[in-house]
Design a protein around this ligand. Sequence first.
Ligand SMILES: Cc1ncc(COP(=O)(O)O)c(C=O)c1O
Length: 450
Amino acid sequence: MHDANFLIENNAKHFWHPMAHPAEMLKNPPKVITGAEGVGLTDVAGHKTLDAVGGLWNVNLGYSCQPVKDAITNQLNDLPYYSAFRGTTTGPIIELSYELREWFEPDGLVRAFFTSGGSDSIETALRLARQYHKIRGERDRTKFISIKKGYHGTHFGGASINGNANFRRNYEPLLPGCYHIPSPYLYRNPFYETDPAKLAQLCSAALEDEIKFQGPDTVAAFIMEPVLGAGGVIPPHASFMPLVRDICNRHGVLLIADEVITAFGRTGAWTGSRLWGVKPDLMCTAKAITNGYYPFGAVMISEKVVEVFESNKDAFGSIGHGYTYSGHPVGAAAALATLKETKRLKVNENAAVRGDELLAGCQGLMAKHDVIGDVRGKGLMVALELVSDRDAKTPSSKDVTASIFEGTYEAGVMVRVSGNTIILSPPLVVTADDVSKIVSALDAGLSTVK
Ligand SMILES: Cc1ncc(COP(=O)(O)O)c(C=O)c1O
């Protein structure tokens, strides 16, 4: 490993960072993170911060989870790779599929399809949804409907159902046949509705209207995050997902739950769908399935979809989809150890309690700092939306968000800035003291705003 000077000198010079402008990265090179322990990070200058981002919504158990590290090491020694394409398989994925079936049994999900991450899981679910209808002879059912402000990764399918122009317009034209409904976003919505239950009704009515407009026999699936994450942490009213489930049932449309962030405890429930009392037809997972230590994902499949595929007798049922790393044995071993620790530590319960504390702490900051226009969250997903004028809800400038980020970092906490929103998604093992530290560091960061 080269020394710190080498890292600083070459930072951002020879590769392009995801989700960033290359010129901006050259001008303002990113923080170089060189170490991590527990829920803390160390940068190249030796500065220590508490990671209120949790890696990228994935390091749910923190950075020192020895059982997961050991499982990866042991698997690398025993069998570092073998393919799961037709004809061969490996022990860890057989074992993991058994564990996942038990884990997702309350969600009615009984089979897994393994992937290398969130975007792959989305792509897989979209494809399986179309194929499900083709097997059943409803071959016009190819369209997808999703929510504005939703985030579903960056493959062409995922970008096409994505609800944010930043991830779409530079890559258009996208997949045809993808349509969007308004988001159940209380702070800003096209209905000017301030009652969350009424907003849930309006947004779900928009879904039904869109399905009828497109022709129900042309719609394959509706996809949603149970709590919208990267779009700015938008928890819908508890009635929204059940209303959506009912509409999908009535029109023969599959419901895909994008739980890349919410599966495995982040909302306070083991899945976001379970939080809202809904059983989806397909569920996309990734990220925390390996505690972020290995790129891996799984699409979970319901009994209803399984029945159609497994009883099929012609070529329509054959899955012409998969990745070299679908079911990677090292990823599967990491996932097995992660699931065991996740369950043992009951991190869902901690996420619920600490999440309430974090939300209350941030609401306290709102009383003190005019730059905060809205605070919202569910479990350990919390957002502060920043504005320069509370009445007009004018989004804060980049300079303001940058100053808050730097001030908070200097005070010992790493947060994530997305547009005019600060997103908090710490590991699910944070303590009450960690939460206090996040809130007081944010207070320091917010105090830099003149
Ligand atoms: C809800 C959701 N879906 C899909 C993805 C894409 O996952 P990945 O970045 O692992 O491809 C993300 C990533 O943050 C996500 O938050």
